[in-house]
Design a protein around this ligand. Structure first.
Ligand code: UDH
Ligand code: MN
Length: 353
C-alpha cells in the first residue's frame, strides 16, 4: 500500500498528465472537436459510404408553374451527408451547365419551390487555375442547391504576372459582391477545396467568423495548428467590416490567414469552426504556382498586425477594375491589383517592418 504522501503525489501527477493530454488534444484537433468527441454532439459520419452530389436534386425542381408560398425549411430535406469527390479529367463548362439548368446568368440561384432563408455569396480568388475552377463549380453548384440557399458565385481574377495576393482579391470580391445583393453570408473560398459533406452548411454564425475547412485531407483531416484560418471561411458582412476585411499587404504564399485570425481576436471576436468530422475537404492536388512564391517576409509582417490592422484592409483597398462579366456559371471580376512593393534587404534582415 502507498503512504498517504505518495498517494497524493501520484494523484497530482495523474492530474497533471491528464491536463497535458487534454491540452495536446485541443492543440491538435481544435477545442470544439474535443468537446464533441467527448459529449457526442454530432453524428459520426461514415466517409466510406458516400453519395453523388447530384443525388435527388431533380426532385426539388417541381413544375415551372408552381407558386412559391413559403420559406424553405431550416434544414434542407435533401441533404445526404458524405459526398463522392473524385478528380478525374476536369468537367467541361458545358457539362456543368447541363447538370445545373436552374443556375442563372452570373452563377445566381434561388430555390424554385420555396424562398431561400439564407443569402450566401461565395467568393473565389483566382488566377490561372481554370481546370480547378471547373472542378469546383461542378461540385459546388449542386452542393449549394442541396442546402436550398439563395446564392451566387463570384470569381475574382487577378490579371497580369505580378505576385499573387489572395487576401486582397477576397477584399475586392466582398466589395463587388455587395453591389449585387445584401448577402447574409460571405464565403471566402479557395478554388481547389471541395467540401465532402453537404451538412457543412454555407451559412454564417450570427456572432463569430467561422472556419469551414477545419479538416483538409492534406493535413490528415485535422487542423495543422490551433489558430489556422486558411482555405474556406464564412463571415457576415458586419463581421467582415468589423475586422476591416483582410490585409492587402501580404503578397505571395502564406501569412495572410494568420493575420486574419489575429485581426479577428484583436477586434474582440473569436473564431468558431465546423466540427472536424463535418468540415472535411479534399484539395485538388497541385504544385506551387509561379507568381505565388512563399512570402518569406510574413513573420516580420505578423509582428505588426496589432499595429496595422485598422489601417490595412477594406478602408485602404485600392485596385483597378478591368471587367465585370456575368458568365453562365459565375460572375467574373477581373482586376489589376498592382505589384508587391520592393522590400529593402536591410529591412528584411533587421525586421524593421
Ligand atoms: N490561387 C490562384 N492562382 C495562383 C495562386 C493561388 O488561383 O496562382 C488561389 C486559389 O484559389 C488557391 C488559393 O489562391 O486555392 C491558395 O493558394 P494555394 O492553393 O497555392 O495554397 P496552398 O496552401 O498550396 O494550397 C501551397 C503550395 C504547396 C505546393 C506543395 C506541393 N505538394
Ligand atoms: Mn491549394
Amino acid at each position: 500500500m502507498l503512504s498517504p504522501r505518495a498517494d497524493r503525489r501520484c494523484f497530482f501527477m495523474c492530474l497533471a498528465a491528464s491536463q497535458l493530454l487534454f491540452l495536446l488534444l485541443m492543440y491538435r484537433r481544435g477545442a470544439s472537436s474535443v468537446f464533441q468527441g467527448i459529449f457526442g454532439a454530432n453524428p459520426i459520419w461514415d466517409y466510406s459510404k458516400t453519395q453523388d452530389v447530384y443525388t435527388n436534386l431533380s426532385l426539388f425542381i417541381p413544375d415551372p408553374g408552381a407558386v412559391r408560398a413559403q420559406y424553405c425549411p431550416v434544414t434542407s430535406p435533401i441533404l445526404v451527408g458524405p459526398l463522392t469527390i473524385t478528380f478525374p479529367k476536369p468537367p467541361s463548362l458545358k457539362k456543368i451547365r447541363v447538370k445545373n439548368p436552374y443556375v442563372t446568368s452570373g452563377g445566381f440561384y434561388s430555390p424554385r419551390h420555396c424562398y431561400g432563408r439564407y443569402r450566401t455569396a461565395v467568393i473565389i480568388p483566382h488566377r490561372k487555375r481554370e481546370a480547378h475552377l471547373r472542378t469546383l463549380l461542378y461540385y459546388l453548384h449542386p452542393f449549394l442547391q442541396r442546402q436550398q440557399l439563395h446564392y451566387a458565385i463570384f470569381v475574382v481574377h487577378q490579371t497580369g504576372n505580378a505576385t499573387f495576393n489572395r487576401a486582397k482579391l477576397l477584399n475586392i470580391g466582398v466589395r463587388e459582391a455587395l453591389r449585387y445583393n445584401d448577402w447574409d453570408c460571405l464565403i471566402l473560398h479557395d478554388v481547389d477545396l471541395i467540401p465532402e459533406n453537404d451538412y457543412n452548411l454555407y451559412i454564417c454564425d450570427d456572432y463569430y467568423p467561422k472556419h469551414l475547412s477545419s479538416a483538409m485531407d492534406k493535413f490528415q483531416y485535422s487542423l495543422p495548428y490551433w489558430a489556422y484560418f486558411g482555405g474556406v471561411s464564412a463571415l457576415t458582412p458586419d463581421q467582415f467590416m468589423k475586422i476591416n476585411g483582410f490585409p492587402n499587404t501580404f503578397w505571395g504564399w502564406g501569412g495572410e490567414d494568420d493575420d486574419i485570425a489575429m485581426r479577428i481576436r484583436l477586434s474582440g471576436l473569436s473564431i468558431t469552426r465546423t466540427p472536424l468530422n463535418l468540415g472535411r475537404y479534399k484539395m485538388i492536388p497541385h504544385d506551387r504556382d509561379s507568381g505565388n512564391e512563399e512570402n518569406n517576409y510574413r513573420y516580420n509582417q505578423l509582428q505588426n498586425t496589432r499595429r496595422n490592422w485598422k489601417d490595412d484592409g477594406m478602408n485602404s483597398l485600392d485596385f483597378q477594375l478591368l471587367s465585370r462579366e456575368k458568365t453562365e456559371l459565375y460572375t467574373n471580376i477581373t482586376v489589376d491589383i498592382g505589384e508587391a512593393p520592393v522590400i529593402p534587404t536591410r529591412a528584411r534582415k533587421w525586421k524593421i517592418f
